[in-house]
Write a protein that binds this ligand. Structure first.
Ligand code: SAM
Length: 440
Protein backbone atom coordinates (compact mmCIF):
# COMPACT_ATOMS: atom_id res chain seq x y z
CA UNK A 1 0.00 0.00 0.00
CA UNK A 2 2.71 2.63 0.79
CA UNK A 3 5.37 3.19 -1.85
CA UNK A 4 7.00 -0.13 -0.97
CA UNK A 5 10.63 0.46 -1.78
CA UNK A 6 10.78 4.20 -1.25
CA UNK A 7 12.61 5.68 1.71
CA UNK A 8 9.52 7.70 2.72
CA UNK A 9 8.89 5.50 5.69
CA UNK A 10 12.36 6.00 7.13
CA UNK A 11 11.71 9.70 7.39
CA UNK A 12 8.48 9.38 9.22
CA UNK A 13 8.85 9.43 12.98
CA UNK A 14 6.85 6.26 13.68
CA UNK A 15 8.09 5.87 17.21
CA UNK A 16 7.05 9.32 18.40
CA UNK A 17 3.73 9.30 16.61
CA UNK A 18 2.95 5.75 17.63
CA UNK A 19 3.40 6.67 21.27
CA UNK A 20 1.25 9.78 20.90
CA UNK A 21 -1.64 8.26 19.01
CA UNK A 22 -2.70 6.42 22.11
CA UNK A 23 -2.28 8.75 25.04
CA UNK A 24 -1.04 7.15 28.23
CA UNK A 25 -4.17 7.79 30.26
CA UNK A 26 -6.42 5.70 28.05
CA UNK A 27 -6.95 2.09 29.14
CA UNK A 28 -7.67 0.11 26.01
CA UNK A 29 -5.16 0.54 23.29
CA UNK A 30 -5.63 -0.32 19.66
CA UNK A 31 -3.22 -2.98 18.52
CA UNK A 32 0.28 -2.14 17.41
CA UNK A 33 -0.37 -3.77 14.05
CA UNK A 34 -3.36 -1.51 13.47
CA UNK A 35 -1.30 1.56 14.35
CA UNK A 36 1.55 0.58 12.04
CA UNK A 37 -0.96 -0.13 9.28
CA UNK A 38 -2.40 3.38 9.74
CA UNK A 39 1.02 5.04 9.88
CA UNK A 40 2.18 3.29 6.72
CA UNK A 41 -1.05 4.29 5.00
CA UNK A 42 -0.25 7.91 5.88
CA UNK A 43 3.01 7.64 3.93
CA UNK A 44 1.19 6.77 0.70
CA UNK A 45 -0.97 8.94 -1.57
CA UNK A 46 -4.74 8.43 -1.87
CA UNK A 47 -5.69 6.49 -4.99
CA UNK A 48 -8.08 9.16 -6.16
CA UNK A 49 -8.39 12.91 -6.48
CA UNK A 50 -11.70 14.65 -5.89
CA UNK A 51 -12.96 17.96 -7.20
CA UNK A 52 -15.92 19.79 -5.73
CA UNK A 53 -17.85 21.77 -8.33
CA UNK A 54 -19.14 25.10 -7.06
CA UNK A 55 -22.73 24.88 -8.24
CA UNK A 56 -23.24 28.58 -7.51
CA UNK A 57 -21.06 29.20 -10.60
CA UNK A 58 -20.92 26.08 -12.78
CA UNK A 59 -22.40 22.59 -13.11
CA UNK A 60 -20.90 19.17 -12.70
CA UNK A 61 -21.59 17.88 -16.24
CA UNK A 62 -19.86 20.88 -17.77
CA UNK A 63 -16.86 20.51 -15.47
CA UNK A 64 -16.63 16.80 -16.24
CA UNK A 65 -16.67 17.59 -19.96
CA UNK A 66 -13.85 20.15 -19.61
CA UNK A 67 -11.76 17.88 -17.37
CA UNK A 68 -12.11 15.03 -19.89
CA UNK A 69 -10.67 17.27 -22.60
CA UNK A 70 -7.59 17.99 -20.47
CA UNK A 71 -7.07 14.55 -18.92
CA UNK A 72 -7.84 12.35 -21.88
CA UNK A 73 -6.56 8.97 -20.66
CA UNK A 74 -7.85 9.36 -17.11
CA UNK A 75 -10.84 7.57 -15.60
CA UNK A 76 -13.26 10.01 -13.96
CA UNK A 77 -16.87 9.99 -12.84
CA UNK A 78 -19.40 11.74 -10.59
CA UNK A 79 -19.28 10.48 -6.99
CA UNK A 80 -22.09 7.99 -6.26
CA UNK A 81 -23.27 9.83 -3.08
CA UNK A 82 -22.09 13.40 -3.72
CA UNK A 83 -23.57 14.72 -6.96
CA UNK A 84 -21.36 17.87 -6.94
CA UNK A 85 -18.09 15.91 -6.79
CA UNK A 86 -15.95 14.57 -9.66
CA UNK A 87 -13.71 11.62 -8.77
CA UNK A 88 -10.50 11.20 -10.76
CA UNK A 89 -8.76 7.86 -10.42
CA UNK A 90 -4.98 7.81 -10.25
CA UNK A 91 -3.02 5.58 -12.60
CA UNK A 92 -0.78 2.88 -11.13
CA UNK A 93 2.21 3.85 -8.98
CA UNK A 94 5.20 4.66 -11.12
CA UNK A 95 8.48 4.49 -9.24
CA UNK A 96 10.86 4.40 -12.21
CA UNK A 97 10.72 7.76 -13.92
CA UNK A 98 13.04 9.04 -16.63
CA UNK A 99 15.82 11.14 -15.00
CA UNK A 100 16.61 14.52 -16.56
CA UNK A 101 20.02 16.15 -16.30
CA UNK A 102 18.72 19.31 -14.61
CA UNK A 103 16.94 19.17 -11.26
CA UNK A 104 14.70 21.15 -8.96
CA UNK A 105 14.55 20.56 -5.19
CA UNK A 106 11.30 21.20 -3.35
CA UNK A 107 10.35 21.17 0.34
CA UNK A 108 8.27 18.31 1.77
CA UNK A 109 5.03 20.33 1.90
CA UNK A 110 5.34 21.16 -1.78
CA UNK A 111 6.35 17.56 -2.61
CA UNK A 112 3.29 16.22 -0.84
CA UNK A 113 1.06 18.58 -2.86
CA UNK A 114 2.80 17.52 -6.10
CA UNK A 115 2.08 13.88 -5.29
CA UNK A 116 -1.60 14.88 -4.92
CA UNK A 117 -1.76 16.57 -8.33
CA UNK A 118 -0.48 20.13 -7.84
CA UNK A 119 2.04 22.05 -9.95
CA UNK A 120 5.06 23.54 -8.18
CA UNK A 121 4.52 27.09 -6.95
CA UNK A 122 7.47 29.43 -6.42
CA UNK A 123 7.51 29.40 -2.58
CA UNK A 124 7.98 25.58 -2.51
CA UNK A 125 11.22 25.60 -4.55
CA UNK A 126 14.41 25.25 -2.50
CA UNK A 127 16.97 24.67 -5.22
CA UNK A 128 17.29 24.81 -8.99
CA UNK A 129 20.52 24.03 -10.84
CA UNK A 130 22.05 27.06 -12.53
CA UNK A 131 21.32 27.56 -16.22
CA UNK A 132 17.79 26.08 -16.35
CA UNK A 133 15.95 27.54 -19.33
CA UNK A 134 12.24 28.28 -19.65
CA UNK A 135 10.31 25.15 -20.76
CA UNK A 136 13.33 22.91 -20.17
CA UNK A 137 12.54 19.42 -18.80
CA UNK A 138 13.67 18.83 -15.21
CA UNK A 139 13.47 16.13 -12.58
CA UNK A 140 11.81 17.08 -9.29
CA UNK A 141 13.25 15.93 -5.97
CA UNK A 142 11.87 16.21 -2.42
CA UNK A 143 14.30 17.28 0.30
CA UNK A 144 13.24 14.78 2.93
CA UNK A 145 16.05 15.62 5.37
CA UNK A 146 15.05 19.31 5.25
CA UNK A 147 18.68 20.35 4.81
CA UNK A 148 18.71 22.00 1.37
CA UNK A 149 19.26 25.75 1.61
CA UNK A 150 16.93 28.12 -0.26
CA UNK A 151 18.58 29.19 -3.52
CA UNK A 152 20.83 26.10 -3.84
CA UNK A 153 22.22 26.03 -7.40
CA UNK A 154 24.14 22.77 -7.86
CA UNK A 155 23.07 19.13 -8.13
CA UNK A 156 21.95 18.35 -4.57
CA UNK A 157 24.15 15.50 -3.35
CA UNK A 158 22.05 13.93 -0.61
CA UNK A 159 20.96 10.37 0.11
CA UNK A 160 17.65 11.63 1.41
CA UNK A 161 16.40 13.31 -1.73
CA UNK A 162 13.60 11.44 -3.51
CA UNK A 163 12.79 11.68 -7.19
CA UNK A 164 9.05 12.42 -7.07
CA UNK A 165 8.34 13.54 -10.62
CA UNK A 166 9.29 15.42 -13.78
CA UNK A 167 8.18 18.73 -15.20
CA UNK A 168 8.94 21.85 -17.25
CA UNK A 169 10.55 25.04 -15.98
CA UNK A 170 8.17 28.02 -15.93
CA UNK A 171 10.22 30.38 -13.72
CA UNK A 172 13.98 30.78 -13.67
CA UNK A 173 16.38 31.27 -10.79
CA UNK A 174 16.45 35.06 -11.07
CA UNK A 175 12.69 35.10 -10.43
CA UNK A 176 12.67 32.50 -7.70
CA UNK A 177 15.60 33.69 -5.65
CA UNK A 178 15.62 37.39 -6.42
CA UNK A 179 17.56 39.45 -3.89
CA UNK A 180 15.06 42.27 -4.36
CA UNK A 181 12.14 42.05 -2.01
CA UNK A 182 9.73 40.67 -4.59
CA UNK A 183 7.85 37.49 -3.73
CA UNK A 184 6.75 35.38 -6.67
CA UNK A 185 3.77 33.10 -6.10
CA UNK A 186 3.05 31.66 -9.56
CA UNK A 187 3.78 28.24 -11.06
CA UNK A 188 7.56 27.66 -11.10
CA UNK A 189 7.51 24.15 -12.57
CA UNK A 190 4.65 22.60 -14.51
CA UNK A 191 4.50 18.97 -13.38
CA UNK A 192 4.07 16.37 -16.14
CA UNK A 193 4.44 13.06 -14.27
CA UNK A 194 4.73 11.89 -10.66
CA UNK A 195 5.53 8.61 -8.92
CA UNK A 196 2.11 8.60 -7.24
CA UNK A 197 0.28 8.26 -10.56
CA UNK A 198 -1.92 11.21 -9.61
CA UNK A 199 -2.76 13.36 -12.65
CA UNK A 200 -1.73 16.99 -12.32
CA UNK A 201 -4.79 19.16 -12.34
CA UNK A 202 -4.62 22.82 -13.11
CA UNK A 203 -7.50 24.54 -11.31
CA UNK A 204 -7.01 27.42 -13.78
CA UNK A 205 -8.62 25.45 -16.61
CA UNK A 206 -11.84 26.94 -15.25
CA UNK A 207 -12.49 30.45 -13.91
CA UNK A 208 -11.35 30.98 -10.29
CA UNK A 209 -13.99 29.70 -7.88
CA UNK A 210 -15.69 27.22 -10.22
CA UNK A 211 -13.95 24.15 -8.80
CA UNK A 212 -11.92 23.17 -5.75
CA UNK A 213 -9.61 20.22 -5.13
CA UNK A 214 -11.15 18.98 -1.89
CA UNK A 215 -11.05 15.65 -0.07
CA UNK A 216 -14.29 13.70 0.38
CA UNK A 217 -14.30 13.74 4.24
CA UNK A 218 -13.96 17.51 4.21
CA UNK A 219 -16.97 17.77 1.86
CA UNK A 220 -18.93 15.18 3.86
CA UNK A 221 -18.66 16.99 7.18
CA UNK A 222 -20.34 20.10 5.71
CA UNK A 223 -22.93 17.94 3.95
CA UNK A 224 -23.66 16.34 7.35
CA UNK A 225 -24.11 19.77 8.97
CA UNK A 226 -26.61 20.39 6.15
CA UNK A 227 -27.18 24.15 6.60
CA UNK A 228 -30.49 25.22 5.10
CA UNK A 229 -31.56 28.33 3.15
CA UNK A 230 -32.32 31.16 5.55
CA UNK A 231 -30.29 29.71 8.46
CA UNK A 232 -27.81 31.60 10.63
CA UNK A 233 -24.48 29.75 10.54
CA UNK A 234 -21.00 30.28 11.98
CA UNK A 235 -17.72 28.70 10.86
CA UNK A 236 -15.40 29.22 13.84
CA UNK A 237 -12.05 28.34 12.20
CA UNK A 238 -12.71 29.08 8.59
CA UNK A 239 -9.60 29.92 6.56
CA UNK A 240 -8.89 29.24 3.72
CA UNK A 241 -12.64 28.76 3.30
CA UNK A 242 -12.89 25.31 1.71
CA UNK A 243 -15.81 24.42 3.96
CA UNK A 244 -17.29 27.94 4.29
CA UNK A 245 -17.76 28.18 0.52
CA UNK A 246 -19.59 24.86 0.51
CA UNK A 247 -21.84 26.07 3.34
CA UNK A 248 -22.78 29.07 1.14
CA UNK A 249 -23.46 26.74 -1.77
CA UNK A 250 -25.74 24.46 0.27
CA UNK A 251 -27.62 27.53 1.56
CA UNK A 252 -27.82 28.91 -2.00
CA UNK A 253 -26.45 32.13 -0.51
CA UNK A 254 -29.72 32.69 1.38
CA UNK A 255 -29.27 33.32 5.08
CA UNK A 256 -26.39 34.57 7.24
CA UNK A 257 -22.94 32.99 7.23
CA UNK A 258 -20.27 34.25 9.61
CA UNK A 259 -16.70 33.02 9.02
CA UNK A 260 -13.96 33.66 11.58
CA UNK A 261 -10.23 33.11 11.62
CA UNK A 262 -7.62 34.27 14.09
CA UNK A 263 -4.72 35.06 11.76
CA UNK A 264 -4.89 38.30 9.71
CA UNK A 265 -3.12 36.81 6.67
CA UNK A 266 -5.47 33.83 6.68
CA UNK A 267 -8.47 36.14 6.94
CA UNK A 268 -7.39 37.81 3.66
CA UNK A 269 -7.14 34.38 1.99
CA UNK A 270 -10.58 33.50 3.31
CA UNK A 271 -12.07 36.76 2.05
CA UNK A 272 -10.54 36.24 -1.39
CA UNK A 273 -11.79 32.65 -1.62
CA UNK A 274 -15.33 33.66 -0.64
CA UNK A 275 -15.26 36.40 -3.30
CA UNK A 276 -13.97 34.03 -6.00
CA UNK A 277 -16.62 31.46 -5.11
CA UNK A 278 -19.42 34.04 -5.13
CA UNK A 279 -20.14 33.05 -1.51
CA UNK A 280 -22.12 35.57 0.48
CA UNK A 281 -20.16 35.39 3.75
CA UNK A 282 -19.32 37.91 6.46
CA UNK A 283 -15.64 37.39 7.32
CA UNK A 284 -14.10 38.53 10.61
CA UNK A 285 -10.70 38.33 12.23
CA UNK A 286 -11.14 37.19 15.85
CA UNK A 287 -10.09 34.59 18.38
CA UNK A 288 -13.07 32.25 18.44
CA UNK A 289 -12.41 31.31 22.08
CA UNK A 290 -13.40 34.86 23.07
CA UNK A 291 -16.31 35.83 20.81
CA UNK A 292 -19.22 35.49 23.24
CA UNK A 293 -20.82 38.42 25.03
CA UNK A 294 -22.58 37.24 28.17
CA UNK A 295 -24.57 40.44 28.84
CA UNK A 296 -28.29 39.65 28.66
CA UNK A 297 -29.07 43.31 28.07
CA UNK A 298 -27.00 43.70 24.91
CA UNK A 299 -28.98 44.52 21.78
CA UNK A 300 -26.31 43.20 19.43
CA UNK A 301 -27.40 41.10 16.46
CA UNK A 302 -25.38 38.49 14.58
CA UNK A 303 -25.04 40.95 11.69
CA UNK A 304 -23.02 43.27 13.97
CA UNK A 305 -20.20 40.71 14.00
CA UNK A 306 -18.33 39.44 17.08
CA UNK A 307 -18.86 39.32 19.99
CA UNK A 308 -22.10 37.33 19.71
CA UNK A 309 -24.85 36.60 22.20
CA UNK A 310 -25.13 32.96 23.31
CA UNK A 311 -27.58 30.75 21.36
CA UNK A 312 -27.38 32.90 18.20
CA UNK A 313 -26.73 30.22 15.57
CA UNK A 314 -28.72 27.41 13.92
CA UNK A 315 -25.53 25.61 12.87
CA UNK A 316 -21.93 25.76 14.02
CA UNK A 317 -18.93 24.31 12.21
CA UNK A 318 -15.83 23.76 14.32
CA UNK A 319 -13.10 22.55 11.97
CA UNK A 320 -10.52 22.74 14.70
CA UNK A 321 -6.82 23.55 14.50
CA UNK A 322 -5.07 20.20 14.97
CA UNK A 323 -1.83 18.27 14.58
CA UNK A 324 -2.63 17.62 10.85
CA UNK A 325 -1.44 14.03 11.04
CA UNK A 326 -4.07 12.94 8.53
CA UNK A 327 -2.39 14.63 5.61
CA UNK A 328 -1.27 12.21 2.88
CA UNK A 329 1.34 11.49 1.79
CA UNK A 330 3.44 12.42 4.82
CA UNK A 331 6.98 12.43 3.51
CA UNK A 332 8.66 13.37 6.75
CA UNK A 333 7.38 14.19 10.18
CA UNK A 334 9.46 15.81 12.84
CA UNK A 335 6.76 17.34 15.00
CA UNK A 336 7.69 17.42 18.66
CA UNK A 337 5.67 15.62 21.30
CA UNK A 338 4.77 18.95 22.94
CA UNK A 339 3.52 20.37 19.66
CA UNK A 340 1.28 17.38 18.97
CA UNK A 341 -0.10 17.54 22.50
CA UNK A 342 -0.70 21.28 22.45
CA UNK A 343 -3.97 21.17 20.50
CA UNK A 344 -6.35 19.46 22.94
CA UNK A 345 -6.74 22.43 25.38
CA UNK A 346 -7.46 24.80 22.46
CA UNK A 347 -9.91 22.33 20.91
CA UNK A 348 -11.76 22.08 24.23
CA UNK A 349 -12.05 25.87 24.55
CA UNK A 350 -13.32 26.17 20.99
CA UNK A 351 -15.78 23.32 21.56
CA UNK A 352 -17.18 25.07 24.61
CA UNK A 353 -17.67 28.25 22.55
CA UNK A 354 -19.42 26.23 19.84
CA UNK A 355 -21.91 24.69 22.28
CA UNK A 356 -22.70 28.10 23.80
CA UNK A 357 -23.28 29.76 20.42
CA UNK A 358 -25.67 27.06 19.27
CA UNK A 359 -29.44 27.63 19.55
CA UNK A 360 -31.42 24.90 21.34
CA UNK A 361 -32.32 22.38 18.63
CA UNK A 362 -29.40 23.60 16.48
CA UNK A 363 -26.71 21.27 15.12
CA UNK A 364 -22.93 21.41 15.05
CA UNK A 365 -20.05 19.45 13.53
CA UNK A 366 -16.63 19.05 15.15
CA UNK A 367 -13.90 17.98 12.71
CA UNK A 368 -10.12 17.58 12.48
CA UNK A 369 -7.72 16.46 9.78
CA UNK A 370 -5.66 14.38 12.16
CA UNK A 371 -5.72 10.79 13.40
CA UNK A 372 -4.80 11.00 17.10
CA UNK A 373 -7.20 9.54 19.63
CA UNK A 374 -6.88 12.53 21.98
CA UNK A 375 -7.93 15.13 19.39
CA UNK A 376 -10.80 13.03 18.06
CA UNK A 377 -12.61 10.42 20.17
CA UNK A 378 -10.93 11.97 23.25
CA UNK A 379 -12.58 15.36 22.59
CA UNK A 380 -15.96 13.77 21.86
CA UNK A 381 -15.89 11.68 25.05
CA UNK A 382 -14.89 14.77 27.09
CA UNK A 383 -17.63 16.89 25.44
CA UNK A 384 -20.36 14.32 26.14
CA UNK A 385 -19.25 14.14 29.80
CA UNK A 386 -19.01 17.93 30.15
CA UNK A 387 -22.04 19.28 28.27
CA UNK A 388 -25.10 17.22 29.14
CA UNK A 389 -27.22 19.45 26.89
CA UNK A 390 -25.70 18.10 23.65
CA UNK A 391 -26.34 14.74 22.00
CA UNK A 392 -24.26 12.85 19.47
CA UNK A 393 -26.15 12.11 16.25
CA UNK A 394 -25.75 9.47 13.57
CA UNK A 395 -24.75 11.17 10.27
CA UNK A 396 -27.12 10.37 7.38
CA UNK A 397 -24.20 9.29 5.16
CA UNK A 398 -21.82 6.83 6.77
CA UNK A 399 -18.65 6.50 4.69
CA UNK A 400 -16.16 6.58 7.57
CA UNK A 401 -15.02 3.81 9.87
CA UNK A 402 -15.98 3.50 13.56
CA UNK A 403 -14.09 5.56 16.12
CA UNK A 404 -11.18 3.92 17.90
CA UNK A 405 -11.57 2.27 21.30
CA UNK A 406 -9.67 3.75 24.22
CA UNK A 407 -12.03 6.47 25.50
CA UNK A 408 -15.36 6.35 27.35
CA UNK A 409 -17.34 6.34 24.07
CA UNK A 410 -19.82 3.46 23.88
CA UNK A 411 -19.89 1.15 20.89
CA UNK A 412 -22.94 3.00 19.53
CA UNK A 413 -21.17 6.35 19.91
CA UNK A 414 -18.07 4.94 18.18
CA UNK A 415 -20.32 3.95 15.29
CA UNK A 416 -21.78 7.47 15.09
CA UNK A 417 -18.44 9.33 14.87
CA UNK A 418 -16.78 9.30 11.45
CA UNK A 419 -13.11 8.34 11.32
CA UNK A 420 -11.39 8.24 7.92
CA UNK A 421 -8.41 5.94 7.77
CA UNK A 422 -7.13 2.89 5.92
CA UNK A 423 -10.33 0.90 6.58
CA UNK A 424 -12.86 3.49 5.38
CA UNK A 425 -15.07 2.93 2.35
CA UNK A 426 -13.13 5.65 0.51
CA UNK A 427 -9.36 6.01 0.15
CA UNK A 428 -8.81 9.60 1.23
CA UNK A 429 -6.88 11.54 3.85
CA UNK A 430 -6.97 10.88 7.60
CA UNK A 431 -9.93 12.84 8.96
CA UNK A 432 -12.49 12.75 11.73
CA UNK A 433 -15.86 14.35 12.39
CA UNK A 434 -18.75 14.09 14.80
CA UNK A 435 -22.27 15.51 14.53
CA UNK A 436 -24.23 16.94 17.50
CA UNK A 437 -27.55 18.54 18.38
CA UNK A 438 -28.18 20.88 21.30
CA UNK A 439 -31.17 19.53 23.20
CA UNK A 440 -34.24 21.81 23.12
N1 SAM B 1 -12.05 25.15 7.84
C1 SAM B 1 -10.92 25.48 7.01
C2 SAM B 1 -11.15 24.97 5.60
O1 SAM B 1 -11.78 23.91 5.45
O2 SAM B 1 -10.72 25.61 4.64
C3 SAM B 1 -9.61 24.95 7.58
C4 SAM B 1 -9.40 25.39 8.99
S1 SAM B 1 -7.84 24.95 9.68
C5 SAM B 1 -8.09 23.28 10.06
C6 SAM B 1 -7.90 25.73 11.23
C7 SAM B 1 -7.92 27.23 11.17
O3 SAM B 1 -8.17 27.69 12.50
C8 SAM B 1 -6.62 27.91 10.76
O4 SAM B 1 -6.84 28.71 9.64
C9 SAM B 1 -6.23 28.77 11.96
O5 SAM B 1 -5.71 30.02 11.59
C10 SAM B 1 -7.55 28.93 12.68
N2 SAM B 1 -7.49 29.17 14.14
C11 SAM B 1 -6.62 28.64 15.03
N3 SAM B 1 -6.93 29.06 16.28
C12 SAM B 1 -8.03 29.86 16.16
C13 SAM B 1 -8.81 30.58 17.08
N4 SAM B 1 -8.54 30.59 18.40
N5 SAM B 1 -9.85 31.31 16.61
C14 SAM B 1 -10.14 31.31 15.29
N6 SAM B 1 -9.42 30.65 14.37
C15 SAM B 1 -8.38 29.92 14.80
Amino acid sequence: MPYPTSPFNENFNYKLINSLLVELDYDNKISNEELMFTLKWLCSSPKMTTIRVNTLKNNVQNVLHILRQFLKETKMYIHHCLSNVVVIENTALCEELEKHEKEVIVDTECASAVLRGAHIYAPGVLGMVAGCQLNEDVSIYADIAKKCKKGFQKVYDSTSKIHIGNGKIKMQRHHLFSTKNIQYNGVAVEVSKTISGCPTINENILPAGDILLQNIPSILCVKTLNPKRGSVVIDLCASPGNKTTYIAELMENKGVIIAIDKTPKKVSQLQERCENFGANVKVYQADSTTIIIESQTSSRTVEDGPPFLPESFDNVLLDAPCSVLGKRPQLANRMSENEIKSYVPLQRKLFETATKLLKPGGTMVYSTCTITLAENEGIIAWALRTFNFIELLKPPLNLGEPGWIGTSLTEEQRNFVQRFGPNSKIDSVGFFFAYFRKKS
